[in-house]
Design a protein around this ligand. Sequence first.
Ligand SMILES: Cc1cc2nc3c(=O)[nH]c(=O)nc-3n(C[C@H](O)[C@H](O)[C@H](O)COP(=O)(O)OP(=O)(O)OC[C@H]3O[C@@H](n4cnc5c(N)ncnc54)[C@H](O)[C@@H]3O)c2cc1C
Length: 251
Amino acid sequence: MDGTLLEKMRTELRGPVIGPDDEEYGRARTVYNAMIDKKPAAVVECRDTADVMAAVDFLRENGLEPAVRGGGHSGPGLGLRDGAVTLDLSPLHGVRVDPATQTAQADGGATLGDLDHATHAFGLATPAGIMSTTGVGGLTLGGGHGYLTRKYGLSVDNLVSADVVLADGSFVAANPSEHADLFWALRGGGGNFGVVTSFDFELHPVDTVGVAITVWPLELFQDVMRWYRDFLPQAPADLYGFFASLTVPPG
Ligand SMILES: Cc1cc2nc3c(=O)[nH]c(=O)nc-3n(C[C@H](O)[C@H](O)[C@H](O)COP(=O)(O)OP(=O)(O)OC[C@H]3O[C@@H](n4cnc5c(N)ncnc54)[C@H](O)[C@@H]3O)c2cc1C
């Protein structure tokens, strides 16, 4: 991406456009998985939906490739692509809770920590993942499971509506009565259908979640898995569990 194009893009957006020669470039291309070392042409820190629309238009009109980053937790680092322009949604992380309808609207770059923090104040929650720094965006678009899933379903089961910027730069609401096919695709189809600038979720009364970890040596892995397989289906839906195989320490 030549310098003139970078400069032109800067004039059309409110958020900073960070290129390879900028001091901030190293920070801007960092994702959760430290094994990822991709070099985007630029990273755009989107400040609002207008920035997302302007960026999508600019990339399309100038034949540039996009990548979208929410929380940056994707294992293969899908929020970055070599030579593409990353639309970084992390500045868009507000959450608005409506206690009357028991719903929450989370911006496209919100993290699970942002979502839980906002809903917990009202004694409410929606199923999401186990780590506060994971993005609502990538997690929800991929399905989303966590502590509340056995009782209240996946994150996508609780998705009521989504605001989406499409590849032609247009803005649509996707829900069961508007753009229902897009809504269907968003609920598990990953980040391939547009840039989601906000997610509306149904909330449920949740007070406190208790967490415990049991650690077993690797030789018992099969026994513990078999026990878990038989135990969990008949356990109350309040109970959730998952496996991780870790090297300890540091795990
Ligand atoms: C430590 C850790 C713990 C995890 N725990 C859980 C868990 O408990 N439950 C669970 O279900 N998953 C879990 N995951 C997996 C996680 O949900 C996925 O990696 C998910 O893609 C991360 O989303 P992100 O927004 O942080 O990632 P990103 O890397 O930012 O994005 C991942 C993909 O989603 C797209 N995307 C993100 N936001 C948007 C948006 N607003 N609009 C359009 N596309 C978007 C990106 O383009 C990219 O393709 C975990 C991952 C890690 C690393």
